[in-house]
Design a protein around this ligand. Structure first.
Ligand code: BES
Ligand code: ZN
Length: 458
C-alpha cells in the first residue's frame, strides 16, 4: 500500500534529508539584524531551488523586508497551504554556545541523537519535515498528494512586518486553500503528538524614560536629581499586584475562562508541573494565584519584562546618575483582548506615574490578538488520528504559550483556517544558546506529515 511505501521512503532517505537540513542550517538567516540580509536571501534561494526540484512552481517574492518563498502545485482533492519560516533568532550570547551555531552537528545525548544549531527546531527543522514528506510522496507516487501552496516566510522572528501587506496585495492568490498547515509548534511531550488549537497574542512595547538632560555625577547630583532608573523600576514593579494579576486598567477585558470541556481535556494530559519547572532550575509557579500551570501558559495573559537597561553596566563601577532608562515589555494576550486598547491603556498608566521633569517615549513592537483554531472542521479529527498512528500516545489538542500571529492573519485576511502541527520539545532551547531538534522529531515529524497528508486527501 502506498502509505507504507512513502513511510519507508522517509526512513531510507533520512541520511540525505538530514544532510539537506544541515545545508539550510548553515545559512545565517537572522532576520532581525540587517547584517544578515544577504544570508536571508540565500536561504530563500535555497528553498526555491529545493521546491523546484520537487516540481513545484516556486519563486522568491520581494517584500520591503526579506523575501517570501511562494510555491504552487496543482492537484486533486483539497487545496492545502503550508506555512513555515526560514528566518532564525540572533545567536547572542554567543559565548554560551558550546559550538558554532551555524555549523550544525548531530550530537549523541542521553535521550538520543539531536541536531544542534540555530534554527534546528525553530523553524528550519520543522519546515523541512513537511518538505521531506512531500519529497517522499513524490518519489513513490510520482505526484504530490493534492493541490498545494507553499508559503515560507523570512521575517517571523522579527514580527512579520511584511506579511500583512503581502497578503493584502495577493488575496486572490492565497485565499483559495481549504486549510493552512503550520509547522512551528511542539509536541505535548516526548511521546505525545499535538495539534495546537489556541495561540496567545502578543503586544510589544519599548519605553525610554528621560530625567535629567544629560548623564550626571551621582555624588554631585544624587539626592537632588530624579533618577529615571528609579522611575522605571517603580513603574515595572507596579505592573503586577501581590496576587500576580496585571494592573494595567482594562487589561482583563475579553479574557475568558476556559470551558469545562477544555479544562477536563487539559487535566487529562497530566502535565508534570514540577518536571517542567525543574527542567529550568525552578520549583515554584510564579504567576497568578489559583491557576494551574497549563492555564498559566496556555490560557492566561501575561506581562513580562524582556529587557531593561540604563546607566553604566560595563566592567568595574561608575557613579553615574543616568539621563535615560529603557525597558522592553511584552504582553501575551488571550481571548478577545484588544492589543491596541491595551497599548493605549499601558501608555496612559505609565504617563500617569511619571514624576515632574520626567518624560517618556514609546515604541510599539507588534500587536497581534490571540487566535483559536476551528477544531470542529473534520480535518482536525482526521489529523489527530493520523498523528496517533505514528507516536506512542494518541495526539492531544493543546494550547500554546507562544505566538504565531500568522494564523490569525490567514483567517482575517484570507479567510483560511489553520491547523498547527509541530514536533518541537520543551527542551529544544529555541531562541536560546544551543538550540537543538531531536533526530526523532525530524524523522517522525516527516513521517507524521505523510500520514496527515494521506488522511486529509484520502
Ligand atoms: N515557533 C515560535 C512560536 C512557538 C513557541 C510556538 C513555542 C510554540 C511553542 C515562533 O517562532 C516565535 O517564537 N514567535 C514569537 C512571536 C513573534 C511575533 C516574534 C514568540 O512567540 O515570541
Ligand atoms: Zn518559529
Amino acid at each position: 500500500m502506498s502509505l507504507d511505501a512513502v513511510l519507508a521512503r522517509i526512513d531510507d532517505d533520512l541520511p540525505a534529508a538530514l544532510e539537506r537540513l544541515m545545508e539550510l542550517l548553515r545559512i545565517q538567516s537572522i532576520s532581525t539584524d540587517p547584517a544578515y540580509k544577504s544570508a536571508c536571501d540565500t536561504a530563500a534561494d535555497w528553498l526555491v531551488a529545493d521546491l523546484l526540484s520537487l516540481g513545484i512552481a516556486a519563486e522568491k517574492r520581494a517584500t520591503p523586508g526579506h523575501p517570501m518563498v511562494v510555491g504552487h502545485v496543482d492537484g486533486d482533492g483539497p487545496h492545502l497551504m503550508f506555512y513555515g519560516h526560514y528566518d532564525v533568532q540572533p545567536v547572542d550570547p554567543l559565548n554560551l554556545w558550546n559550538k558554532d551555531p551555524f555549523d550544525p552537528q548531530v550530537e549523541e545525548t542521553p535521550k538520543g541523537k539531536v541536531i544542534r544549531g540555530r534554527g534546528a527546531c525553530d523553524d528550519k527543522g520543522q519546515l523541512m519535515t513537511f518538505i521531506e514528506a512531500c519529497r517522499a510522496w513524490k518519489a513513490v507516487n510520482g505526484t504530490l498528494p493534492c493541490k498545494l501552496t507553499f508559503f515560507l516566510e523570512g521575517e517571523e522572528e522579527s514580527g512579520s512586518p511584511s506579511l500583512v501587506p503581502f497578503l493584502n496585495a495577493n488575496t486572490e492568490e492565497f485565499s483559495a486553500p481549504d486549510l493552512a498547515l503550520i509547522c512551528d509548534t511542539g509536541l505535548f511531550d516526548d511521546n505525545t503528538p499535538a495539534i495546537t488549537t489556541m495561540l496567545r497574542g502578543l503586544l510589544g512595547e519599548e519605553l525610554t524614560i528621560t530625567g535629567p538632560d544629560k548623564d550626571l555625577h551621582s555624588g554631585m547630583y544624587g539626592g537632588i536629581a530624579m533618577n529615571p532608573i528609579r522611575v522605571l523600576s517603580k513603574i515595572i514593579a507596579s505592573l503586577h499586584d501581590e496576587t500576580g494579576r496585571i494592573t494595567v486598567p482594562g487589561f482583563y477585558d475579553g479574557v475568558p475562562e476556559i470551558s469545562d470541556e477544555i479544562r477536563a481535556q487539559w487535566e487529562q494530559l497530566g502535565f508534570d508541573e514540577s518536571g517542567f519547572l525543574g527542567g529550568v532550575g525552578l520549583s515554584e509557579k510564579a504567576g497568578e494565584q489559583d491557576r494551574s500551570g497549563l492555564e498559566m501558559i496556555w490560557s492566561r495573559p501575561t506581562c513580562e519584562v524582556n529587557g531593561i537597561w540604563g546607566g553604566y553596566t560595563g566592567d568595574g563601577f561608575k557613579t553615574v546618575l543616568p539621563s535615560k532608562a529603557h525597558a522592553k515589555i511584552s504582553f501575551r494576550l488571550v481571548g478577545t483582548q484588544d492589543p491596541l486598547e491595551i497599548r493605549e491603556s499601558f501608555r496612559a498608566m505609565v504617563r500617569d506615574m511619571l514624576p515632574p521633569d520626567c518624560s517618556v517615549e514609546f515604541k510599539g513592537h507588534g500587536a497581534s490578538p490571540a487566535s483559536v483554531m476551528a477544531t470542529s472542521d473534520p480535518a482536525f479529527e482526521k489529523a489527530r488520528l493520523a498523528l496517533s498512528d505514528e507516536w506512542p500516545n494518541p495526539a492531544a489538542f493543546i494550547g500554546s504559550g507562544g505566538s504565531i500571529p500568522i494564523a490569525g492573519y490567514f483567517k482575517s485576511i484570507l479567510g483560511v483556517d489553520s491547523m498547527l502541527i509541530g514536533f518541537g520539545r520543551d527542551d529544544d532551547q529555541i531562541h536560546s544558546p544551543n538550540e537543538k531538534y531531536d533526530l526523532e522529531s525530524f524523522h517522525k515529524g516527516a513521517r507524521s506529515w505523510v500520514r496527515v497528508l494521506d488522511a486529509l486527501t484520502r
